[in-house]
Ligand binder design. Sequence first.
Ligand code: SF4
Length: 949
Amino acid sequence: MQVRNPPDAPQPARCRATTTCPYCGVGCGVAVELEQDQDSVRIVSLSGDVAHPANHGRLCVKGSALAETLSADGRLTMPQVRDEAGVLREVSWETALNLIAARFADLSRTHGGESIAAYLSGQLLTEDYYVANKLFKGFIGTPHLDTNSRLCMASAVVAHKRAFGADAVPCSYEDLERAELVVLVGSNLAWNHPVLFQRLKQARIDNPLLRIVVIDPRVTDSCEIADLYLGLRPGSDARLFNGLLAYMADRGRLDRLYLKAHTQGFDAALKAARREDCSLAAIARDCDVDVERLETFYYWFATQLHVVTLFSQGVNQSTSGTDKGNAIINCHLAGGKLGLPGAGPFSITGQPNAMGGREVGGLANQLAAHMDYETPGARELVGEFWNAPNIPQGPGHKAVELFAAIERGEIQALWIMATNPAVSLPDSTRVRAALAACPLVIVSECMADSDTLAYADVVLPASSWSEKDGTVTNSERCISRQRGLLAPPGEARHDWWQLAEVGKRMGYQAAFGYSGPHAIFREHARLSGFRNVAPRHKAGSKPLAASSIRRLFNIAPLAELDREGYDALRPIQWPVRRGEKGELIGTLRLFEDATFNTPNGRARLVPVTPQLPHQALSDATPLRLNTGRIRDQWHTMTRTARSARLMNHRAEPFVELHPQDAAARGLQDGALAQLAGRDEQGSVRGDYRARVRISHGQRQGEVFIPMHWNDHFASHGRAGALLAGLVDPLSGQPESKHGAVDVMPLPCEWQATLLIAPGVWGGHEDLAGAMAELEGCYWARIPQATLVRCQLAGEGQPDWALWCERHLSVQAGLWAQDVAQGGISAAGFREGRLIWWLKVTAGAARSDRQPNIAWLGECFASDQLSALERRSLLAGRLSGQADVGTMVCACHQVGELTIRQAIQSGDRCVEALGARLACGTRCGSCLPELKRLVEEERSDERTDSLEMA
Ligand code: SF4
């Protein structure tokens, strides 16, 4: 019901503000329109910020749906402490904070500061990260502070440091538009950084000479714009780029002048590359790619100067990810292809503030402000700046090691912020056991459906996007404001505040008496410039003062921002300096002067010996497992699952298989399958159950699964449970792209779709409990706007009537049973309103005729169904309504079957589909999928006509 203001009531005021998207590392600017009345502020519309340099007004489907994820339902609003009976009870902030401070102080006294650890997140703002790093490393005195960014780009960090002497990304997004050749390696840009993909796609339209190469074991939607695709063997990237280095040397395509003047280590790097046969045939064999395609790629790379190699998790998530990064960088250095417009190796981060975390020292092997423990004088410099008594002696445990240390009992207290390690870490079942055994687990979290909360002794409700206030840094070093626009619900508080309050209660009032994020940011900016000297130029350079440490990361001029200046800060790329007129000047591109942050100013080429994945295939686990992201979900779904339209693109966990692998296992498209790995003792590791998607884009012998599903949305959807916790020895990054599994059909005797009105069940526990009575072997929970959709499967022959009566709050008002086929259709009503709807089909195969969920959603929203609607309910659709199929366009809710029908009836291009169905006309995230469907349908047409001829 809408309540209108009386005529003399004050009208709500409207204003506009800009902020930054909290999802991927593109870091798009977001413009919001706010409406404010006496009681509250609301976001009434949201769009891309046209003035933001990352996106120039574009947003992808996740960014566009941000406003749909903001309801207070499902938010944590009060601190909680677990009592002696094991129940979480609400307490005051005072109680929770005092308890944490007292336990930390006690542990420090009895076991030393190193018994305390923190596990943070690239979702935190830089200000949160800074206070955490200062508290743990400076005052508690533990080096064990790591972050989930370890899972994302830690290998690139180490590769940068080895090559450039600093964790510095040389490029800007603009370089993608100025390149002659863009190489995507291990990056499905179309799904994981969609706005950057759209920029690249536009650049290709604007510059017909721009070529794009996609190197990935899977054919992904990023191939839509590829001139050349190399579907290499998983893990063979280093061999491929070593081969490229040798090719450049053999064909006289090295930049000898650049190598001589600005680098070191070339001979050793080339020698390492040549340890293996560098003939094209041998490399093509080892990488399992076509030799002509390989030569084309090598020729294009070697002969173009303006080359950007954009790499991401496909390179980083490996036991040799650091070497792979350096193999790529070696080729750029050897050809002098960096420090120029449109040239350079470009690591793209997964998270919105992975880079900000790196700036403050949020990785366990970093100290602060781009200084490491190994840097002479760094501990003293940071200790002096913070006036900190307890700077650790050396690096701490990286993520996977950290949980192993908890398992061993060395870590007694862990503070987890804004991340869900019970789902996201490899070998997550073991991680859960470690969390369960840890004497004190504190979880700062905004959402109630994080699996990690089950292990918390103290829960702290945190502010979320649109409430948090501070800065983030995206993949191109661009610092942007994420602005606090709305008040956090209930007693939720900012992460930096929680940390500072504990610091003060531990006796460090002076160090943590911040007035707000502005004060923290200024201190962070000052530390970046504290005894930092400008990068040395070779001619006339002065020796450093003994107490100085040269760092590329320097934003000292931003320390002068007053509160208003901070609030109004426009996006700016570090390093930042003042111009002659005092203006702030960012840095578009690094290393333009070919001076690097190494002791002698030269970049280092690193000898690389290619290695195969460490998770070994075997008879029991013959398939290579690739895990990754999907277009419409973010991390473990705690936020994106709140948007119904984002849930519909891939509604259930799935496994993509090559047709021959599927056929060999008797798996049909849409069937249910079960995946398992093996541990060192040969015992089963993990149990992942999902829908089969047969894909010609998948290499034979390899499977792909998404990394998103948590226990709230699927019974067996945790990808991390299948993976061994093997890591790169240098970066500590887990090998999440190279698991070893087998896939088999999931035995089931029935499948069902259950739709249920919101609120009938409290959450996933009710569903899981009800499924236990059914001998259920699989469920997926898919929240929609007016209902919750549950896909179920199980064994046996349940008494459905009894089950419905016991679990669905009201008896069936409509019931139809096909005794011969074992099928059931039923619906329950309360006061004329549809409360639940059920369709059961016998057998393991999914029903060909899926219900029309959109229409049924309207029925659930209706106060009173018409006679026709009621008559049509059990069929799951009105007569004549067609199946829409899997959702492709999330913005306009257009399904695959609708699109295929439109193509068959004459809409033979993406533009025509847009004109008829509106699909692809808003955020553009589905355009690659639309193009693929057009191509598939047209190639089917061609096949049909050839067969007829
Ligand atoms: S590409 Fe999408 S998810 Fe990434 S920052 Fe931009 S709008 Fe957000």
